[in-house]
Design a protein around this ligand. Structure first.
Ligand code: ACO
Length: 323
């Protein structure tokens, strides 16, 4: 059977680093509060000339280099983002243009922090359906543009960045030993809209709006939702937590990562954590964490990796990949 195998990976971060201490004086907070409640120590913040498209392009170029490919080799670009450059056209098409691609097709996916997990699953289905042989899957965000910088309960949590994978069609045996995307579970439930949303949009206010979050409510649901979809993937693939080499969760809060890993029986040293470096970069957080763990040699060819995310909507999901 056809499998969607990871051929390359890359990432990009804005030049400017903002430390927790840099918030002191802007809002009533402290490095200690932020670090204790979330694990976040710093985040990257985009300058005026850095956008979701420019960061996405840089991550895509890094992934292509890593794969030993050029834009000519790509059939499809799927960009997960909630912070597009424009309401339309899709930022994926802008990235396609920046890469000099005059063939193939590109579109954006909007599932907030779960965007990358949704995008990998979608790209896998396009490959399996024969519509594309090689897909650039990108998560790129500039959440700094939709934050209310006077709201201490949200502005300290998020950051900007991008990560990208090249997925490529390859023959597999149809077993769990295959490389590539092996199983996935996606969910959404719109009854939770008011717990995490942006209070603007083209069809309502005609403005971009600002992120609003009832953090405690999101926290309350996060661990149960994340572990449900991961257990579904365990069942589909007929594996247990012991079979995983790496757990690469959405990087929103270290306490959510720890609680999810503990509930699933995944040892702490198998969880890839970058939230201290990047904050919550929404759809970019999983590929940024993957990039870090591949670059430092932790994730190696043949490793079994569980990706998961949960975010606004609510949306949530998990994907099992053999690297
Ligand atoms: N500095 C200092 N104090 C603060 C800050 C801050 N930056 N922010 C809030 N506080 C205060 C609150 O006002 C509150 O004060 P009060 O008790 O006097 O009312 C107190 O700290 C405690 O606030 P809580 O909200 O109860 O703090 P909690 O321990 O829940 O931590 C946090 C807050 C970090 C937001 C946590 O709830 C969280 O991580 N939630 C989940 C967020 C998440 O995972 N989002 C993922 C999806 S993101 C997406 O999809 C875009």
């Amino acid at each position: 059977m056809i499998r969607s195998v990871v051929r390359g990976i890359g990432s990009a971060l804005p030049r400017r680093i903002m430390k927790n201490a840099d918030f002191e004086g802007m809002v009533e907070t402290s490095d200690e509060w932020i670090a204790q409640r979330t694990g976040i120590r710093q985040r990257h913040i985009a300058a005026d000339d850095e956008t979701t498209a420019s960061l996405g392009e840089a991550a895509a170029r890094a992934a292509l280099d890593n794969a030993g490919l050029t834009p000519a080799d790509i059939d499809l670009i799927v960009l997960a983002t909630s912070t597009p450059n424009n309401t339309f056209p899709a930022t994926a098409v802008e990235i396609q243009n920046r890469l000099g691609m005059r063939h193939g097709f590109a579109f954006d996916m909007q599932a907030v922090c779960s965007g990358f997990v949704y995008a990998v699953t979608t790209a896998d289905l396009y490959i399996k359906g024969g519509l594309a042989k090689r897909v650039l899957v990108i998560g790129s965000e500039t959440f700094s543009r939709i934050l209310d910088w006077s709201d201490r309960s949200t502005c300290v949590l998020f950051g900007d960045g991008a990560g990208a994978l090249v997925l490529e069609a390859a023959e597999g045996q149809g077993t769990i030993a295959d490389r590539g995307v092996l199983a996935a579970s996606l969910r959404s439930d719109g009854t939770h809209k008011d717990k995490l949303y942006v209070d603007g949009g083209p069809s309502t206010t005609g403005t971009v709006g600002h992120l609003k979050m009832e953090g405690r409510e999101v926290f309350k649901h996060a661990v149960g939702m994340i572990t449900d979809v991961i257990e579904d993937v365990f069942t589909q693939a007929d594996i247990s937590a012991d079979d995983l080499d790496w757990f690469v969760p959405h990087q929103a809060n270290k306490r959510i990562i720890d609680a999810s890993a503990k509930k699933l029986g995944i040892p702490e040293d198998k969880a890839v954590v970058t939230v201290h470096l990047h904050g919550n970069t929404s759809a970019a957080s999983v590929p940024l964490a993957l990039s870090a763990a591949v670059a430092d040699g932790r994730i190696k060819k043949g490793d079994l990796v569980m990706l998961e995310a949960m975010g606004g909507g609510f949306t949530w999901g998990a994907v099992l990949v053999r690297w």
